[in-house]
Design a protein around this ligand. Structure first.
Ligand SMILES: [Zn+2]
Length: 254
């Protein structure tokens, strides 16, 4: 069970890595609600998160989050103590602190952080932001939520656009799609190839067209055709492949 859980997390991480530029060490922005739940279920965030990600992680928070936790007083003192242990990233609200949710909302613009929160309202908000990873605690268990429908759709759209305009290596994109478990429709994978196949016969069809106006350009063929017309008759006329030695005989007869 545990291994399956780690694998799932790895798959989700690689989705964000490949499509939204997330890189190791992963920065986990943690709020006080997450710390409070960790405290209730007595898990160590510092131990469990890197273990769950199986990667280097940096646990961060903001001054706004710390100040809000402090303002709630003794009832969340334990959570406040935990959140204070993390690296404090600048959020730009140093002069006028915001509440934790507003602060986090302002921190997600550049897709830099995995947001670790138990706040349902904030989670719902984050799900509407393409490429925004969310994690929470399910009792004792850390869970990196699978990419939202919107994130997946955004990636699909980007890939399709790339196919349309040919701006990226198709094979690479299809490989990424497959590795991320995104279904690759045959239509997505092959439109260009099909077009190429259609383009190849074009020169042949050009030759056919040349026949009518270009009789002077191909006098040998024209003469053979005219002979065939006379002998076979127009209605029953079929294309017959004339061997070169017969062609020569026909030419000399003329
Ligand atoms: Zn802030």
């Amino acid at each position: 069970m545990k291994i399956a859980r780690y694998k799932k997390a790895q798959k989700t991480l690689s989705f964000y890595r490949n499509n939204f530029g997330f890189r190791e060490p992963y920065q986990i922005l943690i709020d006080a609600t997450f710390c409070q739940t960790a405290l209730i279920f007595q898990i160590s965030i510092k131990d469990q998160i890197p273990k769950y990600f199986q990667a280097e992680t940096i646990l961060v928070t903001t001054q706004c989050i710390i100040l809000e936790a402090e303002s709630l007083g003794a009832k969340v003192q334990g959570a406040t103590n935990i959140v204070k242990q993390f690296l404090v990233h600048k959020c730009g609200h140093e002069k006028a602190p915001k509440n934790g949710i507003a602060c986090i909302k302002s921190m997600i613009k550049n897709n830099r952080y995995v947001i670790a929160t138990q706040d349902r309202e904030l989670q719902d908000y984050l799900r509407k932001k393409p490429g925004q990873p969310i994690m929470y605690l399910h009792k004792k268990t850390p869970v990196l939520e699978q990419p939202s429908e919107l994130s997946r759709k955004t990636v699909e759209f980007k890939l399709n656009e790339s196919f349309k305009f040919g701006t990226a290596d198709e094979k690479k994109l299809v490989a990424i799609k497959k590795s991320e478990g995104i279904p690759v429709a045959e239509r997505d994978a092959q439109p260009k190839l099909k077009k190429k196949k259609k383009k190849q016969p074009n020169p042949l069809s050009c030759k056919k067209k040349k026949k009518k106006p270009g009789s002077s350009a191909a006098p040998k063929k024209a003469s053979i055709d005219s002979i065939q017309d006379k002998t076979i008759g127009k209605k029953k006329r079929k294309r017959v492949k004339v061997p070169t030695h017969i062609k020569e005989i026909l030419q000399s007869d003329k």
